[in-house]
Write a protein that binds this ligand. Structure first.
Ligand SMILES: [Fe+2]
Length: 314
């Protein structure tokens, strides 16, 4: 699967847009400079790290330059339990209480549900019914362990980034959410999981954002999901980010287009018109045709559509 947008392309597409509500960052793996640079430039109300943070110093120290600029939140990934330092720089940080895993928190006006970590079959293989999981919770696992088998008097460090059924079910106690952030991908990804889709649908979210796979993927833009799907989904690469909402009015950019331009796009692309309009285009300096048209140069978008309609390559 190809990346949809490079971080540069994506950054250019945000030029001239107002301050984002939320920015989601792909797995930093120790390099938080892209997070700091993007937050300093775009000043989102809140920032969410999608796991595999592996901060080289305590997270609040690493992110000190932006702590007054944005609200920091995160989920952990599987690599955040690779070493004592990875673990302590996250769970021992002054930002430890910003871990969203297993919670729904109102952030920048959105109810954000979150599931950090990964599925490990020694705990729960989510292709099996949930009641067949080896352990329902970390407490249940801890109770089976002898004192000398424990790490810091609890379960092993590794399994502190495993998903337990109790973490998942805790989210279902809430009636609804707007956004679901996960380290694992939903089922539309080749290595994704149906239980992530089920969680998203039960919570009624409009958006699922995940990390872990180091790919920028707009599943709708890539044609892997349709506009009729119950939620939009994005994967975010390391060093890259997704700003939400996609534009300042909280609607797709194509919602603000003149009707004649929408009609022309429909003539050219049929049911895929919105997909083309809302996908960044290199001839438009990385902006989407919709953003470009709404921003004032609808004529250029019209010319592109006419060229495509008459067999040109655009
Ligand atoms: Fe990961």
């Amino acid at each position: 699967m190809n990346s949809l947008f490079s971080s540069d392309l994506h950054a250019r597409s945000e030029y001239n847009q107002s301050k984002p509500k939320l920015m989601f960052f792909g797995d930093p793996h120790g390099d938080l400079d892209p997070v700091i640079a993007a937050v300093e430039r775009l000043r989102p109300e809140a920032t969410v790290l999608l796991g595999d943070i592996q901060a080289r110093r305590p997270l609040h120290v690493e992110l000190r330059p932006i702590l007054d600029l944005t609200e920091i939140w995160f989920i952990h990934g599987n690599h955040d339990t690779d070493s004592d330092a990875d673990y302590d720089n996250l769970w021992g940080s002054e930002l430890a209480d910003r871990n969203l895993h297993g919670r729904i928190v109102e952030i920048a006006g959105y109810k954000v549900a979150a599931l950090g970590g990964i599925f490990r079959s020694k705990i729960w293989d989510p292709r099996q019914p949930i009641e067949k999981a080896a352990f329902q919770s970390s407490d249940a696992m801890r109770r089976t362990m002898k004192r000398e088998e424990r790490w810091r008097d609890g379960i092993s460090r590794k399994h502190r980034s495993s998903i337990f059924p109790a973490d998942y079910q805790q989210l279902l106690r809430h009636p609804s959410a707007d956004i679901l952030v996960t380290h694992e991908a939903p089922a539309v990804h080749p290595h994704g999981w149906q239980v992530i889709n089920e969680l998203a649908e039960k919570l009624g979210v409009e958006l699922v954002v995940h990390g872990h796979h180091h790919q920028n993927i707009d599943y709708l833009g890539e044609g892997l999901m349709t506009a009729a799907a119950p939620f939009r989904a994005f994967g975010v690469d390391m060093g890259s980010h997704l700003a939400w909402p996609l534009h300042s009015q909280g609607r797709l950019e194509s919602d603000g287009l003149p009707q004649d331009l929408l009609d022309l796009a429909t003539q050219v692309f049929g049911a895929e018109a919105r997909t083309w309009l809302d996908k960044p285009h290199e001839l438009l300096d990385g902006q989407t045709p919709a953003a470009f048209a709404v921003g004032g140069d609808s004529e250029k978008v019209r010319l592109m559509l006419n060229a495509i309609q008459h067999g040109g390559v655009v």
